[in-house]
Design a protein. Structure first.
Length: 293
């Protein structure tokens, strides 16, 4: 069953010690592109673990990750002041204000906003139980995102089958029109032959060779068979566990080649109209394939 690359999942948990919220959004992309927003107190090692979970389960797509947690005990998580750095900033700005004759009333407030004056309290970091809770919530968000992708995949699958069904209907109409087209071509040839026979310079052998070449160039029998085969293969692939966006795109390209060849060789207004209608459905398939995992 195919999956969409568009997905969303969120999960939350609260206990006596902390509150956790995780959110994951995914969009279509050729590769896995992960943007992670997590609290600063989380170590790089744990961030790598979260990224690995994303890589193994979501596999592909532009992925935005938001993870937030808040400890109920303010001694575990909070901010602390770097007094030496704050004094340095304050004294420098006070000196500069005096030299410039600028007001001094906002200098303290500005000092507190300077880089690294306020730092996150890292002294207790994450305990093992905290990390287990956070990781579980994160995995729940991934699973919900996966479920969303599967649901979107079912919608895509129904749309694909509808597009394929329409192309097959138009192909059947092409098959019905083809004998009429051949008759019309033969009538035109017979008319031209009558005109040519009255020409004293007429070379019958060369004319027959050219007509065989001309008729072969107009024959679409193989294209009809291959197009039918590619459409059947596309439906088969959509229902298999091997279905993925890249493979479906390759099959769609092959379908497009056969449709284009039929259009270029048909030399028939009715078939040309069916070709245009098949191309419209194929374009819908190609657009939607871009969102298949």
């Amino acid at each position: 069953m195919i999956q969409s690359m568009t997905g969303f999942g969120s999960a939350t948990h609260e206990n006596d010690r902390l509150t956790v919220y995780a959110e994951i959004k995914t969009l279509n992309s050729k590769y896995l592109d992960v943007n992670v927003r997590i609290p600063r107190m989380m170590s790089a090692e744990k961030e790598l673990i979260l990224r690995e979970l994303i890589k193994n389960q979501l596999r592909r797509g532009k992925t935005s990750v938001l993870l937030e947690f808040q400890f109920k005990d303010t001694s575990v998580q909070g901010t602390k002041i770097n007094p030496q750095l704050a004094k340095g900033y304050y004294n420098e700005m006070l000196t500069l204000a005096g030299e410039l004759g600028a007001p001094e009333q906002d200098i303290f407030r500005m000092t507190m906003m300077m880089p690294d004056v306020q730092m996150q309290n890292m002294k207790d970091d994450l305990q093992d139980d905290d990390w287990k809770v956070i990781k579980t919530v994160f995995e729940q968000a991934i699973e919900k995102c996966q479920n969303f992708r599967r649901s979107e995949g079912e919608t895509l699958l129904a749309s694909f089958h509808n597009n394929i069904s329409i192309i097959k209907e138009k192909l059947e109409l092409v098959k019905e029109q083809d004998p009429k087209r051949v008759i019309a071509i033969k009538e035109r040839i017979a008319q031209h032959m009558e005109e040519i026979n009255n020409n004293d310079n007429f070379d019958k052998n060369r004319f027959e060779q050219e007509m065989v070449y001309y008729i072969e160039k107009l024959d679409i029998s193989e294209e009809k068979v291959r197009l039918q085969s590619h459409l059947d293969y596309l439906e088969e692939t959509l229902s298999s566990s091997q279905a993925n966006g890249k493979k479906l795109n390759f099959i769609a390209q092959e379908i497009g080649r056969e449709i284009n060849t039929i259009g270029s060789k048909a030399n028939d207004a009715v078939i040309q109209r069916y070709v245009v209608e098949m191309k419209e459905e194929l374009e819908k398939i190609k657009e939607q394939v871009l969102n298949v995992l």
